[in-house]
Design a protein around this ligand. Structure first.
Ligand code: C5J
Length: 226
């Protein structure tokens, strides 16, 4: 499959090369997205994130149907918290922090219910899941090696949150030489103004960190590959 998909994007068209492109879905975890989870417990409006579920579900179905590589990330820590920086543990001065008992098990701890990916976007067998202790998906993970072994040079990035883990990951990827396409309807933030600015920052200055497009354009492009 050597055909490229020319996608309408900002700041200019993105030439997606299916054999060198992977879909990276960031942190679509129950504790961030589900009512009653840690995110909502902190006072956040989870509907701002939940609007991304259906676009991601449609995109993932089309991506899988095209036989392309998809990877998923989860933010979280070892049960003994040995990979949790003390500064991250105490940040926010909340009475309940990472590692403590939360509404869906221990907060952001691997193996706990709230740490897992929402059922709507659950990884299929064979799709790598990257457990990351930080905001960026490259920090302290084997993501870069996995992508290199598959000759991936481009990333379609979706997930949550736009200004935190999505932006951090896109910046890390950009510095490692990947071209990143962020899908505006498939990323979300608890704060609409940060979402808007997070996207603007990516595509500013001629695409300083990458490109921004709508998933409809990509799904249409994938259908044309058949
Ligand atoms: C992510 C966060 N996934 N906001 N985490 O963005 O702390």
């Amino acid at each position: 499959m050597s055909k490229t998909i020319d996608l309408a994007a900002e700041p200019y068209a993105f030439a997606l090369s299916p054999e060198h492109c992977a879909l990276l879905i960031i942190d679509m975890q129950r504790d961030f997205l589900e009512p009653g989870g840690f995110g909502e417990m902190l006072g956040n409006d989870v509907s701002q994130l939940r609007r991304t579920i259906e676009p991601n579900r449609r995109l993932l179905a089309a991506w899988r149907a095209a036989g392309l590589t998809a990877l998923h990330t989860r933010e979280g820590h070892r049960p003994d918290l040995s990979d949790l920086p003390p500064a991250k543990k105490i940040r926010g001065k909340s009475t309940t922090t990472i590692g403590d008992a939360g509404p869906m098990g221990r907060i952001l701890v691997r193996g706990e219910a709230g740490h897992d990916i929402i059922p709507e976007l659950y990884p299929a067998p064979g799709e790598p899941v990257i457990d990351k202790p930080g905001k960026g998906a490259f920090h302290a993970t084997d993501l870069h090696s996995i992508l290199q072994h598959r000759d991936v040079k481009q990333l379609v990035v979706t997930g949550v949150t736009t200004e935190v883990c999505v932006n951090t990951t896109v910046r890390e990827a950009n510095d490692r030489g990947y071209d990143c396409l962020v899908l505006e309807d498939c990323v979300g933030s608890y704060f609409p103004e940060f979402h808007a600015m997070g996207l603007k920052m990516i595509k500013a200055q001629g695409g300083i960190f990458g490109w921004v497009a709508h998933s409809d354009a990509l799904i249409k492009g994938l259908a044309a590959l058949k």
